[in-house]
Write a protein that binds this ligand. Structure first.
Ligand SMILES: [Fe+2]
Length: 445
């Protein structure tokens, strides 16, 4: 496969033409009476027309046929996709999942859409307020099938296996340790090359932004130029048996047939596009004296709520870095949080838990549910010599953190059969070290 091209930047106004059709973007206007190459013009609006310029998002697509050329949508099997947050009762316990099992291709062919499993979520799709966390488990490419989501944006975190994603804006190759965002309404189809697994954060009604940097200044964390946008690519392909367009609308799946590939956009311009980002490019900031900065320092992208500083969901990573804090318990601190914290592991070993939390698994620490290092980690870190040390080399853990109270689905709690019933035991060996008659810690640094 020839190396794919990308445009660099976050949220920019971009313009792209498939090089096979030079001049395919109309000059000086969006809607000529007849478009170059006799294409159709179609606007994709990702924000209300009247949003302020800073949040206004739309793109113009110049395509062989407009998206409207299709048979009616009909309801299809929902599989394990749901937005019913009352399937089972709430559970305040710390939850941890073993790696979610990928179906074997020799047993059952499963593509990205049929392999979607909703794990947890909250909020209301109809009022555009909330989120869902899905796990995708697949082994087969989508064949003459594409998907688009009317409900929200997908932030896709591949964990095992790379994804070749065809979109209306062009092609992206997304490998584990990279992420991509496919925003509401964008049609895409995914090729996979092995048994493939990953995580999806879906947010309703808002789009991901780079976090504000405050006193950090103009640079740092995820830098805008490291985000990559595909370049225009089209196929003029008839599909005699019909091409299936799958739509998630109000949480339900629908399908319609059309006779051509939907990836027939010859040129596009605008600021509403899919994009990808390599997590290796994250510029890590942390304490260089003592104590911890809060994990918000690791925020890659945020989907803001209307309350200042409060996110519908943040995407946070724990990348390789130096640990240098003096006189400090260096692993993550013990914590109770008004936010809900879902964690996943792309590779390696998470610093606060050496066993049990494995690549392809997950954990959920819900609102005000206590969590923190296991007993072994506490004992070791309390006695460790505090030299500068590398932390998390070869590891990438991440967190979807939300201000909403997440409900876990029946699949998450039961059907997946991956819930680790023994998770709580990792804290049971924690013992009191209290010395009421001596303020000076004994045997510690
Ligand atoms: Fe926490």
């Amino acid at each position: 496969m020839a190396e794919l091209m990308y445009i660099s930047g976050f949220g920019n106004e971009c313009a792209s033409e498939d090089p096979r059709c030079p001049g395919s973007l109309p000059e000086g206007q969006n809607n000529p009476q007849v478009c170059p190459y006799n294409l159709y013009a179609e606007q994709l609006s990702g924000s209300a027309f009247t949003c302020p310029r800073s949040t206004n998002k739309r793109s113009w697509l110049y395509r062989i046929l407009p998206s409207v050329s299709h048979k009616p949508f009909e309801s299809i099997d929902q599989g394990h996709v749901t937005h019913n947050w009352d399937e089972v009762g709430p559970d305040p316990n710390q939850l941890r999942w073993k790696p979610f099992e990928i179906p074997k291709s020799s047993q059952k062919k499963v593509d990205f859409v049929s392999g979607l499993h909703t794990l947890c979520g909250a909020g209301d799709i109809r009022s555009n307020n909330g989120l869902a966390i899905h796990i995708f488990l697949c082994n087969t490419s989508m064949e003459n099938r594409c998907f688009y989501n009317s409900d929200g944006d997908f932030l896709i975190v591949p964990q095992k296996g790379k994804l070749l994603i065809y979109t209306e804006f062009g092609k992206m190759l997304v490998q584990p340790n990279e992420i991509c965002v496919i925003q509401r309404g964008m049609r895409f189809s995914i090729d996979v090359f092995e048994e493939t697994r990953g995580y999806i954060l879906e947010v309703y009604g808002v789009h991901f932004e780079l976090p504000d940097l405050g006193p950090i200044g103009a640079n740092g964390l995820a830098n805008p130029r490291d985000f990559l946008i595909p370049v225009a690519w089209y196929e003029d392909r008839q599909v005699p048996g019909g091409y299936t367009v799958i739509n998630k609308y109000q949480g339900k799946l629908f399908a319609s047939k059309q006779h051509v590939s939907p990836f027939n956009v010859v040129a596009w311009h605008g600021n509403y596009t899919p994009y990808k980002y390599n997590l290796e490019n994250f510029m890590v900031i942390n304490s260089v004296a003592f104590d911890h900065a809060d994990p918000s320092i690791f925020t890659v992208l945020t989907a803001k709520s209307v309350r200042p500083g409060v996110a519908i969901a943040d995407f946070v990573i724990f990348p390789p870095r130096w640990g240098v804090a003096d006189k400090t318990f260096r692993p993550p601190y013990y914590h109770r949080n008004c936010m809900s914290e879902f964690m996943g592991l792309i590779k390696g070993h998470y610093e606060a838990k050496q066993g049990g939390f494995l690549p392809g698994g997950g954990s959920l620490h819900s609102a005000m549910t206590p969590h923190g290092p296991d007993a072994d980690c506490f004992e070791k870190a309390s006695k460790a010599k505090l030299a500068p040390e590398r932390i998390a080399d070869g590891t990438m853990a991440f967190m979807f953190e939300s201000s909403l109270n997440l409900a876990v689905t029946k699949w998450g709690l039961q059907t997946s059969n991956c819930l680790d019933e023994n998770y709580y035991k990792c804290w049971e060996p924690l013992k009191s070290h209290f010395t009421p008659n001596s303020r000076k810690p004994a045997g510690l640094n």
